[in-house]
Design a protein around this ligand. Structure first.
Ligand code: PGA
Length: 249
C-alpha cells in the first residue's frame, strides 16, 4: 500500500497565539486540496489556538517538543498528556536545534519516543549530520546510530506509526538544500535500516521526510523520490508558501 505523504511545518520559536489564529485561517483554503497529510508543529503556547482554528479543516497540529516524564517537578516542561488533552497528534522529537542548544541526546530522544507512543502521540524523530561529518564520510554511520538508539525498545507496531525526518544540519535555515540524490540516498538508507531493525513491512510503512530549506521551488523534485514521503519545513512554513509546498503536485 502506498504511504500517505506527510508535510509538516516546524514553526520553531515564531508566532504569538493571535498570529497563530490568523495564520491558520489564512492557510486553511490554501491547503484544502492537498493530497498529503498537513501538519503544523507549533510552540506550546500556540497549540490550543492552533487546534481551535484548525477545527473542521485538514490541518492537524503537532508540538515541537515534549518531556519524557508523566508529571511533577520539571519546571518549564510539557507532559505528553497535556499535549494529548490539547488536541495534538504529532510531536517533533530530537530536532537538531534541541540537540545543539538544549543538550538533547540520542538517549533522551529514545525516552521521549517511547513516552510519546505510550500516550498515542506520533513522533517525528529527527536525525541529520553536520557538514564536517558529511565531509568526513561518516553521514550514514552517524544517522544509523541516531536512529538505532532513538528506536530502542520501540515495537514494530509503534515504529510503523512513526515519522523520521532526515535533516542535514548544513541545510537547515541556510537556503542550501541537499541535492535530491543526497536526500534520497540517506532516506533510502534509513528505510533499509528500519528493515534491518524490524522487517520489510515496517520499513514499507514508516514515513521518512526530508527537511532543510524545503521551499516551493524544490518540493516537487524532493518529494518525488522513492524514499521521501514528504518534508519537515521550517522557514517556508511560516508564510503562505507552505500552501505551495503542501500542494506541490
Ligand atoms: P528550514 O528548517 O526549512 O528553515 O531549513 C527545517 C527544520 O529545521 O525543520
Amino acid at each position: 500500500m502506498a504511504r500517505k505523504m506527510i508535510i509538516a511545518g516546524n514553526w520553531k520559536m515564531n508566532k504569538t497565539p493571535s498570529e497563530t489564529r490568523s495564520f491558520i485561517e489564512e492557510l486553511k483554503p490554501l491547503v484544502a486540496g492537498a493530497d498529503a497529510e498537513v501538519v503544523c508543529c507549533v510552540p506550546a503556547i500556540d497549540i490550543i489556538p492552533a487546534v481551535e482554528a484548525a477545527k473542521g479543516s485538514n490541518i492537524v497540529i503537532g508540538a515541537e517538543n515534549m518531556y519524557f516524564e508523566e508529571k511533577g517537578a520539571f519546571t518549564g516542561e510539557i507532559a505528553p498528556n497535556m499535549l494529548v488533552d490539547a488536541g495534538v497528534t504529532y510531536v517533533i522529537l530530537g530536532h537538531s536545534e534541541r540537540r545543539e542548544y538544549f543538550a538533547e541526546t540520542n538517549e533522551t530522544v529514545n525516552k521521549k519516543v517511547k513516552k510519546a507512543f505510550e500516550h498515542g502521540l506520533k513522533p517525528i524523530v529527527c536525525c541529520g549530520e553536520t557538514l564536517t561529518q558529511r565531509e568526513q564520510g561518516i553521514t550514514l554511520d552517524w544517522i544509523r546510530q541516531q536512529i538505532k538508539i532513538a528506536f530502542l525498545d520501540v515495537t514494530p507496531e509503534q515504529a510503523k506509526e512513526a515519522v523520521i525526518a532526515y535533516e542535514p544540519i548544513w541545510a537547515i535555515g541556510t537556503g542550501k538544500v541537499a541535492t535530491t540524490e543526497q536526500a534520497q540516498e540517506v532516506c533510502g538508507a534509513i528505510r533499509q535500516l528500519i528493515a534491518e531493525i524490524y522487517d520489510e513491512a515496517t520499513a514499507e510503512a514508516i514515513r521518512i521526510q526530508y527537511g532543510g530549506s524545503v521551499a516551493p521551488k524544490n518540493a516537487a523534485e524532493l518529494f518525488a523520490q522513492p524514499d521521501i514521503d514528504g518534508g519537515l519545513v521550517g522557514g517556508a512554513s511560516l508564510k503562505a508558501d507552505f500552501g505551495q509546498v503542501v500542494c506541490y503536485k
